[in-house]
Design a protein around this ligand. Structure first.
Ligand SMILES: [Zn+2]
Length: 97
């Protein structure tokens, strides 16, 4: 049963490679979220999800039709948009350096 042993080893190696690749992918996505700029005061609304984001939010890349620009988080809230939690769209802005 030597062949079976090698097959299991092969599968184990493939699973290990996939696990490492997935880890690297999710870490890079997490870094994108951690590095969102907070200096912009305007927000972008996503018609499709009903959420608004900071302009640098990675989730905004999935927006259909480019999104709608709001001059502030409050303006987006008034139109019924919900704040994205990943980019803390409702949070305070930081002064530009
Ligand atoms: Zn967002």
């Amino acid at each position: 049963m030597k062949g079976n042993k090698f097959r299991i080893l092969g599968i184990a190696i493939i699973v290990a490679i996939l696990a490492v690749a997935y880890q690297a992918y999710s870490t890079s996505v997490e870094e994108d979220f951690n590095n969102i700029s907070r200096t912009e005061t305007y927000r972008m609304g996503d018609h499709y999800t009903g959420q608004y984001h900071r302009p640098g939010c990675p989730k905004l890349k999935q927006t259909y039709g480019g999104g709608k620009r709001f001059e502030s988080a409050t303006a987006a809230e008034l139109e019924g948009y919900a704040a994205c939690k990943r980019c803390d769209a409702a949070g305070p802005d930081e002064p530009a350096k």
